[in-house]
Design a protein around this ligand. Structure first.
Ligand code: IVH
Length: 695
């Protein structure tokens, strides 16, 4: 049957559009259409291909998924070995690296290409004549596993290099190297789904990515969102691949539409390397994926060749690692703590150990099931993990080291704080105190959470103060904080009038907040920061959120029945409504808008004017903290990056702006002062139809 030209045409257009959206989403991290629109395009293409199977080609986006399960992976021998990198942990080691490089090359200063070190799985992707042919894991560096079918399901990996950058002179053969990662947001989503299904959660994005990539059934891999970031080229034959600088190789890969780190840069000298490392460490938590350090590579490829290799690592590159996030120590005992929702959490008391850059003496054991699953006993030698600001946790036991006197842990039957009965509901992993807000521990935790940095951000309202305030019956709920006077605080004795004044000042300052922070601060079970942001974006106003029933709540992207139910139950509780009323009456306020629920109809893109725009902040702002500026930009869909690159849209320069400002000038990037930023934010808000209203 001859297929009409218009159908051919439509199929081609759909494929182009879908790959373009894949690229925007995964490589540029700047989607231009909502997920639902993307799904529609995809479905239309699938239907056309079902109708006209002769139209299906291997490079169609629909063919990324759908290969049959394998019995085992076969092996692939790498054309060029995939080596490892030498490590540096301290500044002195970075200095020594730079010195060695300079000495070997006989030069005074060396230019380095610098990048984050991605914490994923190394893979090699082979393209022949511009077509993705095979992909393999690193394996032992010489032989890896053939995971081609699984890699094909990763939408940021081009199946065909036909985009702008590919010309007739492109390589006959090219091996692109990089890491497969799971974005933090996708990892959280995956674990949220696992929780909803009562299935085991993954420990970290790296493990989740590894587990997903090594599935024998590519159909399973396709259900997990993985992504890829390129960091170099391996074997290569022919073509117009740059041969002079690593940074140009990376630009070339980017032009072929491979995702590369936005944060890559070129700097000279050891001091600049260390400054880059600090910047990236500062940015680490806000990056969409996990990293475990930075990588410095001599930029000049001729110099790289001259430096050569030592054993299995290049002399021209080094990985500057962040402090290890895991360490081994002894478990001295297990205490039980009561959380803000009454959860009884077994906490390991540890022999002090240095991990993640600090000394750790306590780590969570999560719950009874986890203790059984990991088979933890008091007296064991355990591995402890501390990643960023996350609470340290016991991840594993070294059973071979278990002493004969090791003790079994039993969960108490009563709350250790208020004595109320502790229950574990069927199907739940946690044991809870039934004392509710009568339990002082729960009350304290709720208040502490409310005041915490990522919630209402009230400086000075910490453990000790809350403990005293609650124990002396000065406050009972978060709303009582706003009724506190200096005299009440001063009666605590411990506090000088000046610091009491500071605390009151911080409480007053916290009144101006955002809806997302406020929702998060309420401490609703299962509502973390991300969900709070999702809710704020969707509803735009607190009253609309409070009125939503469990069914409405499930309309919010990523919210399932369990989370929806805990939100609905929270707002159904009279006591909670009362506290919220008191908070509003006490002057807590935020800006409200229509929310995407309403805005959806208005803007077919469903996105604000700042969406996809990248900002870099530098220097001191007068009226906003950097954190405030970042929040406001993000609330409107923009992003804030740590360093200036060609992809930066705006540099916001305060007073004393330094090298970033000069780089922006050099690259011809728009520079805003603080007033300019505020104006832009205001204009962009118009795009979301926000009505600002004080509560
Ligand atoms: S360059 C000769 N750049 O780290 C090896 N590697 O510890 C050159 N890695 O096997 C590798 N991010 O899998 C390079 N930006 C980056 C990287 C990176 C992560 C991994 C890579 C390598 C391992 C070495």
């Amino acid at each position: 049957m001859r297929i009409a030209d218009d159908i051919w045409h439509r199929v081609r257009k759909l494929r182009e559009a879908i790959e373009q959206h894949n690229y925007n989403y995964y490589a540029l991290d700047a989607p231009t259409i909502p997920d639902a629109e993307y799904d529609k395009l995809f479905q239309e293409l699938q239907e056309l291909e079902q109708h006209y199977p002769q139209l299906i080609t291997p490079d169609s986006p629909t063919q990324r998924i759908g290969a049959a399960p394998l019995k085992a992976f076969s092996q692939i021998v790498h054309r060029m070995p995939m080596l490892s990198l030498g490590n540096a942990f301290k500044a002195a080691e970075v200095d020594a690296f730079d010195r060695r490089v300079r000495q070997t090359l006989g030069v005074d200063s060396v230019e380095y290409a610098v990048e984050p070190k991605f914490d994923g799985l190394a893979v090699s992707l082979c393209y022949e004549g511009g077509i993705f042919i095979t992909g393999a894991t690193r394996g032992d560096g010489y032989i890896g596993e053939d995971v081609t079918l699984n890699l094909r399901t990763i939408r940021s990996i081009p199946l065909q290099l036909q985009a702008d950058g590919y010309s007739a002179r492109s390589p006959v053969f090219m091996e692109v190297r990089g890491e497969v990662l799971m974005l933090k947001a996708d990892f959280e989503k995956l674990n949220r789904q696992q929780r909803e299904k009562n299935e085991k959660e993954f420990i970290n994005p790296r493990n989740a990515a590894a587990g997903s990539l090594r599935q024998l059934d590519p159909g399973n891999t396709a259900t997990r969102r993985l992504t890829f970031l390129a960091y170099g080229i391996g074997a290569c034959e022919g073509g117009n691949v740059p041969r002079d600088k690593h940074s140009r190789v990376m630009d070339y890969l980017a032009s072929l539409r491979f995702p590369v780190a936005r944060e890559r840069n070129v700097v000279s000298g050891a001091t600049a390397l260390l400054e880059y490392h600090r910047e990236i460490e500062e940015l680490r938590e806000r990056l969409p994926y996990d990293i475990d350090g930075t990588v410095y590579k001599v930029n000049d490829l001729a110099q790289q060749e001259k430096l050569g290799f030592v054993s299995r690592a290049p002399r021209f590159a080094v990985a500057h690692k962040f402090p290890a996030q895991e360490a081994v120590t002894e478990l001295l005992g297990i205490d039980v703590q009561v959380g803000r929702t009454g959860t009884l959490t077994p906490v390991a008391r540890l022999k002090p150990v240095f991990v993640g850059g600090v000394t750790v003496t306590n780590a969570t054991l999560h719950n009874e099931d986890e203790i059984r699953r990991k088979d933890v006993m008091i007296g064991d030698t355990v591995a402890v993990r501390r990643a960023g600001d996350v609470i340290p946790e016991v991840v594993a036991v070294q059973k071979e080291k278990r002493p004969p006197h090791a003790k079994f842990f039993i969960m108490p039957e009563h709350c250790p704080v208020c004595g109320a009965k502790a229950v574990r509901l069927p199907g739940e992993a946690v044991t809870r105190c039934t004392g509710g807000l009568f339990c002082p521990a729960q009350r304290k935790q709720a208040i502490l959470h409310f005041a915490s940095r990522r919630a209402m951000n009230i400086d000075g309202v910490g453990h000790k103060l809350v403990e005293q305030l609650v124990d002396n019956a000065i406050i009972r709920t978060p709303a009582d904080l706003y009724k506190l006077g200096i005299t009440a605080l001063a009666t605590l004795g411990r506090m000088a009038e000046k610091s009491a004044g500071n605390v009151i000042g911080a409480i007053q300052k916290s009144k101006n907040t955002t809806l997302a922070r406020f929702i998060y601060a309420l401490g609703i079970r299962n509502v973390g920061e991300t969900t709070a942001k999702d809710l704020a974006r969707y509803f735009g106003a607190l009253d609309r959120l409070m009125e939503a029933d469990a069914e409405d709540l499930q309309q919010v992207p990523d919210i399932g029945p369990v989370v929806a139910q805990s939100i609905a139950s929270f707002f159904a509780e009279g006591h909670n409504r009362e506290v919220i009323e008191q908070l509003r009456a006490g002057g807590v306020r935020w800006e409200e808008g229509a929310g995407t629920q309403q805005a959806k109809a208005d803007s077919s893109a469903g996105l604000s004017r700042l969406s996809g725009k990248t900002f870099v902040l530098t220097g001191t702002l007068m009226n906003l903290t950097r954190e405030d500026a970042r929040e406001k930009i993000e609330a409107l869909g923009g992003k804030v990056a740590g360093s200036v690159s060609k992809r930066t849209d705006y540099v916001v320069a305060g007073t004393d702006a330094g090298s970033k400002y000069h780089r922006a000038v050099e690259l011809g990037i728009a520079i805003l002062d603080e007033a300019g930023l505020l104006q832009l934010l205001q204009d962009s808000q118009g795009g979301l139809h926000s009505t600002s209203r004080n509560l």
